[in-house]
Design a protein around this ligand. Structure first.
Ligand SMILES: Nc1ncnc2c1ncn2[C@@H]1O[C@H](COP(=O)(O)OP(=O)(O)OP(=O)(O)O)[C@@H](O)[C@H]1O
Length: 324
């Protein structure tokens, strides 16, 4: 559905250094996949999406999207894709049905076909009963669902979603995720989305491409990416005078590594936290160490990002642009 090789985009710096927003991205997305581009603010996610959707000309590389060459046949690409931008496309004053019908007419549908499509999409995206409401009166979640419906009017086989759940409360996000899964599972669409939320990529994507400073730095299923971090994290709280003894015992557990201490905690990684902790508790008790707390944490995608880049995904988002 998408093949890209060396896709790149530079922006003129207007007196300052050029910005290399995307520095040579290779992509292969198969039909029916749900793929997420995960990266901090400024990583180049939106720029890549805008290139793949023909809204921005690449300064380097080639791509085929929905069966059409990006440079030679941008109109063909546009016919085959739906694009739901970050800000959404609905006019605030227009009604839900009015906006959907207008979108259908823009795609050269007859009035009857456009009305039928509006009704079908309203039902599919839980907008039934809201047809006469102005877009500006919708809740954040309803508005996002309308934006997605607008991107589906021409039944695209490939749907791009840019930061779909930004600004939504947890309940609306979970609801939106159901609908995004439905695009693939019920409508058979291939979905490519961008996010800087680890939980979103984890919950939705078959495959995650981690983007940092305009380059793909890792790729795989959420589980395979997490498996790159070897083992579970265990943190035990003990009295300050027991930290050294506890660290010694932890270091002796089979497969223990990355042992670190603070004033009253010892942290380490082991292949399996659930089997290591009972053994640790037994050894600590035999040594007379009183445990204050114990926590076992499965590796997260944030750990993956940290291991790959040396920075946490949240901190990385605060950084400045990819100035060359
Ligand atoms: N029109 C432009 N002119 C100059 N620089 C730009 C332009 N558009 C984007 N950039 C820069 O390119 C880099 C990548 O931006 P982009 O919007 O693609 O990142 P992103 O990963 O989508 O971030 P976000 O999560 O904040 O949307 C940033 O440094 C940004 O400032």
């Amino acid at each position: 559905m998408i093949t890209a090789r060396g896709l790149a985009r530079r922006f003129a710096g207007h007196g300052r250094a050029e910005v290399h927003a995307v520095r040579g991205v290779d992509l292969d997305v198969e039909a029916g996949e749900l793929v997420a581009f995960l990266g901090p603010n400024g990583a180049g996610k939106t720029t890549t999406l805008r290139m793949l959707t023909t809204l921005l000309r690449p300064t380097g590389g080639t791509a085929t999207v929905a069966g059409h060459d990006l440079r030679a046949d941008p109109a063909g690409v546009r016919r085959g894709i739906g694009y739901v931008a970050q800000g959404g496309g609905a006019s605030p004053e227009a009604t839900v049905t009015g906006e959907l019908v207008l979108q259908g007419r823009l795609h050269r549908m007859s009035k009857a076909d456009a009305a039928a499509k509006a009704a079908e999409l309203s039902a599919h995206l839980d907008l039934g009963g809201l047809g006469d409401r102005a877009a500006k009166t919708l809740s954040g979640g309803q508005r996002r669902r309308l934006d997605i419906a607008l991107g589906l009017v021409h039944d695209p086989g490939l749907v791009f979603l840019d930061e779909p759940s930004t600004g939504l409360d947890p309940h609306s996000r979970a609801n939106l995720w159901e609908h995004i899964r439905g695009l693939r599972d019920e409508r058979g669409a291939t979905v490519f989305l961008t996010t800087h939320y680890l939980d979103e990529a984890d919950a939705l994507a078959d495959r995650i491409l981690v983007l940092d400073h305009g380059r793909i730095v890792a790729e795989g299923s959420p589980d395979s990416l997490k498996a790159r971090i070897s083992g579970d994290g265990v943190t035990v709280g003990v009295a300050p005078e027991s930290v050294a003894a506890t660290a010694g015992i932890a270091s002796g557990l089979p497969g223990a590594h990355e042992v670190s201490t603070s004033d009253d905690t010892v942290a380490f990684r082991v292949p399996r936290g659930d089997t290591a902790v009972p053994e640790l508790l037994r050894l600590l008790a035999a040594d007379g160490v009183t445990l204050r707390s114990v926590a076992v944490r499965r590796p997260t995608l944030d750990d993956v990002f940290l291991a790959l880049t040396g920075r946490s995904l949240r901190d990385a988002g605060q950084e400045a642009a990819n100035v060359a």
